[in-house]
Design a protein around this ligand. Sequence first.
Ligand code: C2E
Ligand code: MG
Ligand code: MG
Ligand code: MG
Length: 284
Amino acid sequence: RAKDDGGNEHRSYEPSLHANAEERRQLEFALRQALEKSEIELVYQPVVDSRTEAVVSFEALVRWNSAHHGPVSPGKFVPIAEDTRLIVPIGTWVLEQACREATRWPEHVRVAVNVSPEQLFEPDFASAVVRALTASGLDARRLELEVTESIFLRDPSVARASLEQVMALGCTVALDDFGIGYSSLGYLRKISFSTIKVDRSFVQGAAQNSAESLAIIRAVVAMADSLEMTTTAEGVESAEEAELIRKLGCTKIQGYYFGRPMQADDALKLFRRRRADVEERLRA
Ligand code: C2E
Ligand code: MG
Ligand code: MG
Ligand code: MG
């Protein structure tokens, strides 16, 4: 038996691994048609100023409602889209749709769009951004692009050049999920990120009184301050966490406590409601 197995490796795979590969293949097949079938859409999650709690921006988050598989989470399909490069056309659509919808919001409300390394390393990434801005009429200053530290692993100088092109247009760039990936602090000095987004795992850690998480958030806030960058805490789920984050000095807060990802129209309504709250508090 052992001899047979040695010569015939692919007969001895785990049934569960096989199921995963098969599921993945089917998702990939469906994903190839998702855009043209209009199965892809965007929802928007509010980001608030940590002091006033007014909404300053919304992050666009992609959703896939597959006719065949039902709703598939981005955690599952974005990696498949990245591996197959389907993220390039999907990402272009996301950029265009987010810019289009943001033009209906009040002028000082910004929109943030996640950008995969595969998109950033396309030679015409900056032109895709220009096209999205031109087609929608959105002011470049209202668009923020979110990238993760993984871009530095690949090709730091190309990443930097690409980001500088979009910054020259007037867009800002945020460093997403900070702290969980490959962090070379040197790049923070070289690239003018407007914001560092502190990953949810540190926020949750701090809320559970983890000394390490608290120390990391304090260090990120201090570093961001000295580099003239702002900080956004991700994944704030309660009033207590919001208070803690405020005390730690984060500039902005995002999380279920202030709003779950929602449709563009609801985003506009939420903005109006929060503005009324803020004005009332200022009057009182
Ligand atoms: P991300 O960019 O870090 O987005 C934040 C994620 O945290 C979102 O998950 C959001 O729904 C979730 N979240 C926000 N507040 C809370 C909270 O209080 N508690 C908890 N438990 N979760 C919270 P989502 O929408 O499932 O997206 C997951 C990831 O998929 C994103 O992480 C981003 O990396 C990627 N992604 C989403 N949309 C796009 C897109 O249009 N393009 C690309 N390339 N990636 C995207
Ligand atoms: Mg993001
Ligand atoms: Mg994030
Ligand atoms: Mg995160």
